[in-house]
Design a protein around this ligand. Structure first.
Ligand code: FES
Length: 225
């Protein structure tokens, strides 16, 4: 797998957060604000979070079967290509063909929804499925007021190593084996989705939670002197 290509796949949310034909979740990647949702067959959708009509956030809207309806004037956009397909105020008028939501590549793998912002989405990599070992459990998502490079450096100092194929960091936090999926959200905002072999509710899981808080304090505290 080409790691340059892999770098464009961002783990933006847990797959379980998105219910088919139901909710909309806000996401971020490389400074872009995203609206994440699923069509009724479960296919993930990742759109720029702005309605092309008057730029109202899509996350304020609602999912109507396989369409996303904007909260302001109710224009509806189709899953897949983001084409405007209905304008409620003018039901007899064909929707304008040149009005489309900006659509990004999206795929489920390893319990996460991954988004690719490239204008031409590269083929999905099977390696994404290996980002988290089978049977591991989700611990938490750590929000960090730091740039992605600072988080890279902190994980490396903790002995984590990046898997070039999947982009996941593998190592131990609180002496618990952990996979850390790093999301470059904005210039000074990053997220780490932590997965572990420790079962939910176990002492090892509690140790990982505590170690994660320590990691965040280390990253967000500027070096003294
Ligand atoms: S701003 Fe979205 S329909 Fe008008």
């Amino acid at each position: 797998m080409n790691t340059d290509t892999m770098a464009f796949w961002h783990p933006v949310a847990r797959s379980a957060e998105l219910r088919p034909g139901a909710n909309i979740v806000a996401g971020f990647a490389e400074g872009r604000e995203l609206a994440l949702w699923r069509s009724t067959d479960g296919t993930p959708q990742a759109w720029d979070n702005r309605c092309p009509h008057r730029s109202v956030r899509f996350t304020l809207g609602r999912v109507v079967q396989d369409r996303l309806a904007c909260a302001y004037h109710g224009w509806e956009y189709a899953a897949g290509d983001g084409q405007c397909v209905r304008i409620p105020a003018h039901p007899a008028m064909p929707a304008p063909r040149n009005v489309c939501a900006e659509v990004f590549g999206a795929v489920d793998a390893a319990g996460m929804l991954w988004v690719n912002l490239a204008s031409e989405t590269p083929p999905t990599s099977p390696a994404l499925a290996d980002a988290v070992p089978a049977g591991w459990h989700f611990c938490r998502t750590l929000t960090l007021r730091a740039g992605a490079q600072d988080v890279h450096d902190a994980l490396a100092r903790r002995g984590f190593a990046i898997d070039a194929a999947s982009g996941a960091w593998q190592g131990a936090l609180g002496e618990v084996n952990t996979a850390a999926l790093l999301l470059d959200a904005q210039t000074h905002l990053a997220f780490i989705h932590l997965w572990t072999e420790a079962p939910p509710g176990s002492d090892a899981m509690k140790a990982l939670h505590a170690a994660a808080r320590g990691l965040r304090a280390t990253i967000e505290t500027p070096p003294q002197g």
